[in-house]
Design a protein around this ligand. Structure first.
Ligand code: LR7
Ligand code: MN
Length: 574
């Protein structure tokens, strides 16, 4: 990209370049003449003012040298906006504050038009005439937010207004989940007054996104509900393919392909390929390649594919079917688990969950959650226990093992169990066998739980965070804590030492975690419960701990060396 070209910030800024503030004030492609500017009116609190303050021509706007500088538009066609490295102290402060409040670069978002154009990531197949049914139902788009940045919220709303055929968009329902940012109050009302399709619903206390979504559904009047996070951008043609699937079968729940909007540059990264949803036994959602058995069903890769789970934030569902499924469990608090609940019951209670590759919506992926949760309660765990109690049958124990079998207070789930019975939903085993056969079942493991070293006092356990970012990093050691989590390992029948989808892997350097490949080799370990040695298949070396208990080692095997001796929890080779 050429955006970073241009003079460094502090050397003779080009006077012809418009200041960001000037850009903010013009609306590049107004859909209505009376449209107000995207930027907050000046005089409002800091968080809305963005680059209006302290800019003074210091910031060098990213620019294409061939372009007339008066028409520079940040982030158009989804291009990244890169701030110069040497910002003035004032601007840097604004940038930092934006990150602090939102966990994304709000300053950059404020520079970008709320109507910016995006690339069209669709396959040609999607655009063929007659691809979609002529008569489609309208939808209510429900967007819940808690303290969303002004420009980001507006861009979400405008991308829906600008890129949905008017007759298919009944209304947009903005559910304010008790935000306290200044712009979420009167200013939002005033702005949206220009758009009769936009309705604002306010929660009277912090509900969390699950109950906020239910509140939105209560106000919705269209036959189809479409949910979006409050930091999305819809691309051309996003809606028709979703509605088409639901019209053909009212029990189909559909998700767009979720493209990424970068948290720092706001670059729109349209994915050429896409993945389907899964989960692990910590009940965390994850993405997978489209399995072979699914791939084989389709002639064209743009056809909708079955997905075991959904990410949660972006989907359309027939309202009556959603109600039949008992919507969401309103006992779920703040965030998390509701996506798996809806996924499981969709499949188990007669529906189908699909990813529709012709529909692309961007989402800002953040590295941390910027808002407050609840203090003192592990909200996610509570939600996940409710989910397990109602839907997981005999498989719930695998999750419980991960949380040290401490279920905590998860409230009452009897009405949810009642609902499942009333609907006559299939068992979770059916779901695993038929919809998600890729998932490794811990019950099929030879051992599961901690892997304790018997040397140096016998208090050291094999430990690894095993998060995505830690893949390929050395596996570690830590005092045994008996809480499951990062010390929960499984020895598979085929000799893998697994943490869900990742396996202990030794290629001659360090012992690392690597996605399980199922073909033994560097991931093949032999455990002898008499000698307590863990011997690596290909190198024949044995796993050991260093004398300072800090490092995993691979050594020549020596039965008499306690630092090579391990005990697998729940070892049962039968
Ligand atoms: O208390 C709250 N009240 C809210 O209204 C907390 C959050 N919210 C809003 C928030 O403003 C946002 O619009 O709820 C939405 C989701 O919150 P995020 O964006 O902080 O969460 P996320 O994108 O990390 O979370 C994903 O998982 C969640 C589990 O509960 C939800 O299902 C989110 O909708 C979901 N997001 C997506 O599916 C987008 C793709 C991410 C992936 C993979
Ligand atoms: Mn989100």
């Amino acid at each position: 990209y050429t955006e970073q070209r241009g003079p460094p910030a502090d050397t003779n800024p080009d006077p012809a370049l418009p200041a960001p503030a000037a850009l903010l004030k013009k609306t590049p492609e107004p859909s209505s003449a009376k449209e107000p500017p995207a930027a907050a009116p000046s005089g409002d609190s800091h968080e809305n003012a963005g680059p209006e303050e302290g800019v003074g021509g210091v910031l060098v706007p990213p620019r294409d040298p061939d372009e007339d500088s008066s028409s520079v538009q940040y982030g158009e066609m989804g291009k990244p906006v890169v701030l110069p490295a040497n910002l003035s102290a004032d601007v840097k402060k604004l940038v930092d504050e934006g990150w602090q409040k939102n966990a994304f670069n709000q300053y950059v978002s404020d520079l970008i038009s709320v109507h910016r154009k995006l690339p069209d990531p669709r396959d040609q197949w999607c655009k063929e005439p007659g691809r979609y049914l002529e008569k489609l139902p309208a939808t209510s788009v429900i967007i819940c937010f808690h303290n969303e940045a002004w420009s980001v919220l507006l861009r979400t709303v405008h991308s829906v207004l600008d890129r949905s055929p008017p007759h298919l968009l009944k209304e947009i329902i903005l559910v304010d989940d008790f935000s306290d940012m200044a712009h979420t109050k009167r200013q939002l009302e005033d702005y949206m007054a220009m758009y009769p399709k936009v309705k604002i619903v306010r929660a009277s206390k912090r509900e969390g996104l699950i109950r906020a979504r239910l509140l939105g559904a209560k106000h919705a009047t269209a036959p189809v509900l479409t949910y979006l996070d409050s930091h999305c951008e819809c691309t051309t043609g996003w809606l028709e393919p979703l509605l088409d699937r639901i019209t053909r079968d009212r029990t189909t729940v559909v998700c767009p392909v979720i493209d990424s909007i970068e948290d720092d540059t706001f670059e729109y990264k349209g994915k050429g390929s896409y993945q389907v949803g899964g989960f692990n036994w910590n009940l965390q959602f994850n993405w997978h390649a489209v399995p072979e058995r699914e791939r084989k069903k389709h002639k064209n890769s743009a056809e909708p594919v079955w997905s075991p789970t959904m990410a949660g934030g972006l989907f359309s569902i027939d309202r009556a079917f959603f109600e039949k499924l008992g919507t969401y469990d309103s006992g779920f608090d703040i965030w998390g688990g509701e996506n798996l609940e809806l996924s499981f019951k969709t499949w188990m209670c007669g529906g189908t969950l699909e990813i529709v590759p012709c529909s692309h919506v961007g989402h800002i992926f953040r590295k941390r959650s910027p808002y407050k949760w609840r203090s003192g309660v592990n909200v996610l765990k509570r939600n996940s226990v409710r989910l397990s109690e109602v839907w997981l049958d005999e498989y719930a124990k695998y999750y419980y093992q991960r949380i040290g079998n401490d279920l905590g207070d998860y409230g009452n789930v009897s009405s949810r169990k009642e609902l499942r019975k009333k609907l006559g939903c299939k068992p979770f085993k059916w779901y695993l066998d038929n919809i998600y056969p890729e998932l490794f079942i811990p019950g099929e493991a030879v051992a599961s739980g901690e892997v304790r070293n018997l040397g140096l006092g016998g208090k050291t356990c094999l430990d690894s965070p095993a998060r995505k970012a830690d893949l390929h990093k050395p596996a570690g050691l830590y005092p045994c804590h008996n809480q499951g989590g990062n010390q929960y390992w499984m020895l598979s029948k085929s000799g893998e030492i697994r943490r869900d989808e990742t396996c202990l892997d030794y290629a001659g350097q360090e012992v690392i975690l690597y996605p399980c490949h199922g073909s033994k080799g560097n991931q093949f370990w032999q455990y002898n419960s008499d000698t307590h040695l863990i011997q690596h298949g290909s190198s024949k070396k044995c796993l050991a701990i260093s004398s300072n208990k800090q490092k995993l080692l691979m050594e020549e095997c020596d039965i008499s060396n306690q630092q090579q001796q391990w005990k697998f929890q729940n070892y049962d080779p039968s």
